[in-house]
Design a protein around this ligand. Structure first.
Ligand SMILES: NC(=O)c1ccc[n+]([C@@H]2O[C@H](COP(=O)([O-])OP(=O)(O)OC[C@H]3O[C@@H](n4cnc5c(N)ncnc54)[C@H](O)[C@@H]3O)[C@@H](O)[C@H]2O)c1
Length: 336
């Protein structure tokens, strides 16, 4: 029997997830969609063959044929929607960030623990990307020694007009923060941000220097108006070797005295395999009553580190990060 999926928010990510569920994910069926922009909801419904386009998030959550929900609405709406899904006893894949503040993320953590089982996965899809998975495997080889540095480059072609200096961190760099924790298996203890002076304009690019508990250093360049395309790079330097993500292209063309390869316009083509792997892993985990991917706790930590970065952006100082103690409920041995 297929798992019935409801999608809340049918914008860029909601439409992409709906299409992936409808066309590529085994064991799941797209049952219902809601978006307050009814034209967008209808268009996604038609394009994906969803059974229903409903007129509220509440109607999607309450629909008896909806077993699990994808929350792909704007960041500030995540908390309320995820809490409603938890009250209804339905598992959720919530787009990142879990919520814009660490305090809100902790509300989700507490509500999830109260249900007694893992119900929330956060959409940190890089954990399912074949290149990051290969990088994690390569640095785990005992002969590589301990990781010392992780350099992460995160460039977008252009930012939407409503994007703020804070969102460069809370909405974009959270991906780099999460993948650093996942790759290096350590917590970040200090954060310092370098950015152009305010001057009324978007502070872009921003450069984050994050220090890990065991001496590892993470640098993150986030440049969201980089102009030329969507470009994600990464390198982990270990005691005895280094591992670099390969460029995400199938061919390099050498012609007329140059060598060239293409960049995606945005994240969807670059991370298509990751989004698919994330959704298939989520569906499989719900069906087998297990969990995978980034937990609500991971969502809290990523936002807590982002908050420290925001304080550093404002003050210019290095900021210490004091995380809550991880509840046993989120013991990593229970997650993939
Ligand atoms: N994982 C990733 O790689 C990735 C990439 C981009 C965006 N995101 C995240 O996905 C989420 C959606 O981003 P997007 O780029 O699709 O934005 P978008 O603006 O394209 O889509 C958001 C949609 O949500 C709808 N919406 C607004 N309020 C709503 C509400 N209360 N309930 C339901 N729907 C509502 C809007 O009408 C819009 O259609 C954000 O949280 C964003 O941070 C994740």
């Amino acid at each position: 029997m297929s798992l019935g999926i409801g999608v809340i928010g049918a914008g860029i990510m909601g439409a992409d997830h709906a299409a992936t569920i409808a066309r590529k994910v085994a064991g799941a069926e797209l049952v219902a969609i809601f978006d307050p922009d009814t034209a967008r909801a209808g268009e996604t419904g038609r394009a994906t063959g969803a059974r229903r386009v409903l007129d509220s998030a509440e109607a999607v959550i309450a629909n008896p044929q909806v077993d699990a929900l994808i929350v792909a609405s704007p960041d500030h709406t995540h908390l309320g929607l995820v809490l409603q899904c938890l009250s209804a006893g339905k598992p959720i894949l919530c787009e990142k960030p879990l919520a814009p503040t660490a305090a809100e993320c902790l509300q989700v953590v507490e509500a999830e623990i109260a249900t007694g089982r893992r119900m929330v996965q956060v959409g940190f899809m890089r954990r399912f990307d074949p290149s990051y998975l290969a990088m994690k495997q390569a640095i785990a080889a005992p002969s590589m020694g301990q990781p010392r540095f992780f350099h992460s480059t995160h460039r977008n072609a252009s930012a939407p007009s409503w994007f703020t200096s804070d969102m460069v961190i809370s909405n974009s760099a959270v991906h780099d923060i999460d993948i650093a924790r996942w790759l290096l298996e350590c917590e970040i203890t200090q954060a310092k941000v370098f950015a152009p002076a305010q001057g009324g304009a978007l502070r872009d690019p921003q450069f984050l220097v994050l220090r890990g508990g065991d001496g590892v250093v993470v640098t993150v360049e986030v440049f969201i108006n980089a102009g030329y395309g969507y470009d994600i790079r990464g390198e982990v330097a270990c005691e005895n070797g280094a591992v670099t993500l390969s460029p995400p292209d199938l061919v390099h063309v050498r012609h007329a005295g140059t060598e060239a390869f293409g960049f995606a316009a945005d994240w969807r083509p670059r991370f298509a395999a990751a989004y698919h792997g994330q959704l298939q892993g989520w569906v499989n985990a719900i069906t087998s009553r297990s969990s995978c991917g980034a937990s609500a706790w991971d969502g809290y930590v990523a936002t807590a580190v982002a908050e420290a970065c925001l304080r550093s952006l404002e003050s210019g100082a290095e900021v210490d990060i004091a995380l809550k103690e991880r509840p046993q409920f989120y013991d990593p041995s229970t997650a993939a």
